[in-house]
Design a protein around this ligand. Structure first.
Ligand SMILES: Nc1ncnc2c1ncn2[C@@H]1O[C@H](COP(=O)(O)OP(=O)(O)OP(=O)(O)O)[C@@H](O)[C@H]1O
Ligand SMILES: [Mg+2]
Length: 246
């Protein structure tokens, strides 16, 4: 890393940390006031405004977290990467729960209400409970969560089904995330791994993000000498497959 790159990475970490604290205070208060609004019957306008503040504040927090994760992964050194055996099924389950909770927060549903909200997202997991993989567990979680959150975001159906499959091929282990969402046009597939690239279509402005998730996943796979591939059909959905050599 050059001196300038090290300085930019440090600046990004510092900015993200500084944004994190005030945002968590704003989000904590908006959640508390929202729960009060339910009990005390605030006016519809006040309740709507509070929901919007809660939603946008949490979206901003997710953006800051993504920026921090991207920065951390981009600057990680493959020679000193901390790798441990992880149980793949358990790790996928944890990511699936987090992805569903995150979807609620992005829509402006506070955590105490999610139990009462009809869930429209189903994540099916097909993976042997014996499957273990020696990787940096935190980075693998970031990857699976990213693919799941994309599968949820780029899908305008009311009921969303996502399938995650973990397979042992003998010399490698693959993790495939399949969705039935909007899909990606062939001309965009090669570009979606470029930092800050977001497909410019009718979704623009409706979903939050930086265009940093997939470049981050690509970098994690590079750090593990693995690979990522995509098969997608516009209108039918996509399959993103991560492959880790054994
Ligand atoms: N499962 C998917 N279905 C359809 N399009 C997708 C899918 N995953 C990614 N894309 C397209 O690829 C683009 C890049 O994805 P990426 O995850 O890098 O960024 P993002 O999700 O827009 O933002 P961020 O990940 O920073 O929150 C997306 O903006 C979207 O257009
Ligand atoms: Mg993303």
């Amino acid at each position: 890393m050059t001196e300038n790159e090290a300085l930019s990475a440090k600046a990004l970490t510092l900015i993200s940390h500084k944004l994190r604290t005030p945002l968590s205070i704003i989000n904590g208060y908006s959640e508390a006031v929202l729960s009060q609004a339910q009990k005390e019957k605030f006016s519809p306008f006040t309740t709507k405004a509070l929901h919007e503040i809660y939603k946008q504040g949490n979206r901003m927090s997710l953006l800051v977290e993504k920026l921090m994760s991207f920065n951390q992964v981009a600057n990680a050194d493959p020679a000193t990467l901390d790798k441990q055996p992880v149980n793949l099924k358990e790790l996928i389950k944890e990511c699936a729960e987090k992805a569903i909770a995150q979807e609620g927060t992005e829509k402006g549903v506070p955590p105490q209400q999610t139990g009462g909200v009809k869930r429209g997202t189903f994540i099916e997991i097909d993976c042997s409970s014996q499957l273990t993989l020696t990787v940096n567990g935190e980075m693998l979680k970031l990857c699976i969560l990213e693919l799941l959150s994309n599968a949820i975001k780029f899908n305008n159906k009311l009921e969303k089904t996502i399938k995650v499959q973990g397979t042992n091929h003998g010399d490698s282990i693959s993790i495939a995330v399949r969705d039935y969402g909007v899909g990606i046009r062939p001309q965009d597939v090669s570009k979606i791994f470029e930092p800050f690239y977001q497909v410019d279509d009718y979704f623009t402005g409706q979903v939050s993000g930086w265009g940093l998730g997939l470049p981050m996943v690509q970098r994690v796979l590079d750090l593990h000498r693995g690979s990522i591939s995509v098969v997608s059909n516009r209108g039918l959905g996509s399959i993103f497959t991560l492959s880790f050599p054994l």
